[in-house]
Design a protein around this ligand. Structure first.
Ligand code: AMP
Length: 209
């Protein structure tokens, strides 16, 4: 595949992380997830991690400047990528425009009811990062990863008291990007309520088109 520059948009829980990993495996594009990078910074107790944690624990967005400074270099040195969780505000989208153009923004849609159901049953492997859902894509054991046997855990920001706020933040700060990319002729939409494999197939068709 030519070195495409793609980004995934959509509410938390729509499947951006799951799809980005699958697309990266299939295409060799570099998967850049601001959420994963931030969680790594938090786990290592870095300055960025300490600054971000407060916002993340509340389900709020981390300030634009911190995010843009953090991701800028990684994007600039990669010629084909799939962005997952960035940009998330109009200011971030404008900053991205100055770094590199996008070929496609894929909006994975999901209703509020589905978002809340999915996030509260999401579990992640501490070792390899594989994402499970106890309702829709359950692991064989509730506590261990099928692939590597790593411990499965619930992200702090997937706790029910935080999930509502994350959806509101998405609607207020991130949903305006739908118009932003539509106006630039870059937006495609995929129904995120479909099974993972169907969503992936649709995205692969869009990338091939
Ligand atoms: P995610 O894994 O993409 O759901 O991100 C988890 C959390 O990290 C979000 O709820 C935000 O607090 C923070 N975060 C990730 N990406 C961004 C971004 N592009 N802008 C601001 N905050 C972000």
């Amino acid at each position: 595949m030519t070195r495409k520059r793609i980004a995934l948009l959509g509410p938390p829980g729509a499947g951006k992380g799951t799809q980005a990993k699958l697309i990266a495996d299939k295409t060799g594009l570099c998967h850049l997830s601001t959420g994963d990078i931030l969680r790594d910074e938090v786990a290592h107790g870095t300055e960025i991690g300490r600054a971000a944690k407060l916002h993340m624990d509340r389900g709020d967005l981390v300030p634009d400047k911190l995010i843009i400074d953090m991701i800028h270099e990684r994007i600039a040195k990669t010629d084909g990528f799939i962005l997952d969780g960035f940009p998330r505000t109009v200011a971030q989208a404008e900053a991205l425009l100055k770094i590199t153009p996008l070929d496609l923004m894929i909006n994975i849609t999901l209703s509020r009811v589905e978002v809340i159901k999915r996030l509260s049953s999401r579990r992640v492997c501490r070792e390899c990062g594989k994402i499970y859902n106890l309702l829709f894509n359950p692991p064989k054991s509730k506590t261990r990863c099928d692939l590597c046997g790593g411990e499965l855990f619930q992200r702090d920001d997937d706790r029910p008291e935080v999930v509502d706020n994350r959806y509101d933040v998405y609607m207020q700060a991130t949903a305006p990007l739908i118009d932003f990319y539509c106006e630039r002729g870059l937006l495609c939409e995929v129904d995120g309520a479909q099974p993972t494999a169907v969503v992936l197939e649709r995205i692969m068709d869009l990338l091939a088109g």
